[in-house]
Design a protein around this ligand. Structure first.
Ligand code: NOJ
Ligand code: CA
Length: 544
């Protein structure tokens, strides 16, 4: 069923699995590879083209597995390399490709390189794999710079001998030095290791952060913040030389048939995204614009135009994302009050700040989320879906502090509640100790209300969000041809577009119904009442 098509990814629907929260086969409360294997028939039924597996490598789980101890093994709590091979083969048997997450910006502090670096003196080859600097002041007790980490708190950590190391994320995630040849060589080895095991592609974590130019004098955080981010010359982010690394990776990817693919997680100015997506580089880059947008017709339309143009510039296809393991689930985002200032985005940072959520209209959020999903799945390009969105799951807001895991929560007390709310284990059945996730207590608590939205419940309800996704994905597979889109004039609150084969999508962002255009109705996000597109709804049609 899986062929050698080198362009399989261009319009693929990719389903992200956060392994520790998908399915737990051995009942220890943590999802695992055999658990995923046991759900392959579900994935096939959902009609996804590929799975993206978030990190499953040995890890202390300080950052949900993005703190990797060993890049070429499986966390023993999640399984073994043999389980991994079995999963690849089960997925392939079901016609599903596999993308794995690679975390090259930092290792964990338990990685053998970092252990060796700490045991080695300043100036040693072992320290050169990371970014060490002497502290300031007579006893070197002042950090080399006042930089803050992405999770809050300082980005430099002392090691007790006058030196400090850089960590842009948690203290347990030391940044690697990509000027070091051994670091480069070892990652090529890792990419080859997984490619040889049958992996089809890679998702590259923090792809814009690898190349750094620190120099002798480190600028202050304020000076860094004041520097432009869009000229390739920022000392830390999105430097032009990062693409030299990816050119080396591309040579390796292209030595396989079909070539291995890669998608960059690069939070860069949209004008620079195409560099990551170029065929000489990673080949594709995430576009997070929809995920950051307010529920607004003009904004959605502008984002589509801009990203189709950017994709044309790189020769790649664009990517659409509404939810992932880092952001507030879109059913929840869309159910929150409109920001007072429209320039203020409904992005996750704003939502998670203040330590709690503003009032949620859950029903409205889900209605809009279903509409946005049908919009997304009708666009040219690939769509990255996040486990649980096909059940219409909401962000879980009320996780007790003592159960939280995300370093973003611990490093920002009372300010940021972190990302655990979108990482709660999936409900498969309406009953059982963890709604069918496993036989033990899940590593994050599920709300009792999830009994009603379990897979088994939704599978028997043709109006469920599960069936909406399933039908949409199956239809998309049949209809997705060409990468063009034509806008059809519509009212201010409405977007209407046509794909070359006559597949049309109308999305009504407003709250009053609008007339349904002519054509055969294929699918709708809210029940149709006569010849109208209800408020906050999307309809797929075919004409001609
Ligand atoms: C982006 C990942 O998606 C996120 O989960 C992680 O915390 C950071 N990169 C650091 O690896
Ligand atoms: Ca388990």
């Amino acid at each position: 069923m899986i062929d050698d098509d080198p362009f399989w990814w261009r319009q693929a629907a990719v389903y992200q699995i956060y392994p520790r929260s998908f399915a737990d086969a051995n009942g220890d409360g943590i999802g695992d590879l055999p658990g995923i294997g046991s759900r392959v028939s579900y994935l096939r039924r959902l009609a996804v083209d590929a799975v993206w597996l978030s990190p499953f490598y040995p890890s202390a789980l300080v950052d949900g597995g993005y703190d990797v101890d060993d890049y070429r093994d499986v966390d023993p709590r999640l399984g073994t390399l043999t389980d991994f091979d079995a999963l690849v083969s089960d997925l392939r048997g079901a016609g599903i490709r596999l993308i794995v997450d690679i975390v090259p910006n930092h290792t964990s502090n338990r990685h053998e390189w970092f252990v060796e670096a700490l045991a080695s003196p300043p100036g040693s080859a072992a320290r050169d794999r990371y970014i060490f600097r002497d502290g300031l002041g007579p006893d070197k007790s002042i950090p080399p710079a006042d930089w803050t980490s992405a999770f809050g708190g300082p980005a430099w950590e002392p090691v007790g001998d006058g030196q400090w190391y850089l960590h842009f994320f948690a203290t347990e995630q030391p940044d690697l030095n990509w000027d070091n040849r051994e670091v480069r060589h070892d990652f090529l080895k890792t990419l080859k290791f997984w490619s040889d095991r049958g992996v089809d592609g890679f998702r590259i974590d923090v792809a814009h952060g690898l190349a750094k130019r620190l120099g002798e004098e480190l600028p202050s955080q304020a000076a860094l913040d004041a520097l432009p981010r869009d000229d390739g010359g920022h000392p830390l982010w999105d430097r032009d030389e990062v693409h030299e690394i990816y050119a080396e990776w591309r040579a390796l990817f292209n030595s396989y048939t079909p070539p291995r693919t890669a998608v960059a997680e690069a939070w860069v100015e949209s004008s620079r995204r195409h560099r990551y997506a170029s065929p000489e580089g990673l080949g594709q880059a995430f576009n997070f614009d929809l995920l950051e947008a307010n529920f607004d017709a003009k904004e959605f339309r502008r984002i589509v135009d801009e990203n189709l143009a950017l994709a044309a510039l790189s020769g790649s296809s664009t990517t659409w994302v509404l939810s992932n393991h880092d952001v507030v689930r879109h059913a929840t985002r869309y159910g929150l009050p409109e920001p007072a200032d429209p320039a203020e985005k409904h992005g996750s940072e704003w939502l998670r700040s203040g330590g709690t959520f503003p009032v949620l209209d859950a029903e409205r959020g889900l209605r809009r989320a279903r509409a946005a999903t049908l919009f997304e799945l009708a666009l040219p390009g690939s769509a990255y879906l996040y486990q649980g969105e096909e059940l219409g799951l909401h962000e879980v807001a009320d996780i007790p502090d003592e159960r939280r895991q995300d370093p973003a929560f611990f490093r920002n007390p009372g300010v940021d509640i972190g990302r655990d709310g979108c990482r709660v284990p999936i409900p498969w059945t309406p009953y059982g100790p963890s709604f069918g996730f496993g036989s033990g207590e899940p590593h994050l608590p599920q709300p009792p209300s999830w009994s009603a939205v379990a897979v088994e419940v939704q599978a028997t309800d043709p109006n469920s969000t599960f069936w909406l996704y399933r039908d949409a994905l199956a239809l998309r597979r049949a209809l997705q041809t060409g990468e063009e889109l034509e806008w059809i004039p519509s009212k201010a609150d409405v977007v209407h577009f046509r794909r070359p084969n006559g597949w049309e999508t109308v999305m009504n962002f407003g709250t009053t119904p609008v007339a349904l255009p002519e054509g055969e109705v294929l699918l709708f996000s809210s029940p149709l009442d006569g010849l109208e597109v209800p408020g906050e709804s999307t309809v797929w049609l075919r004409r001609g």
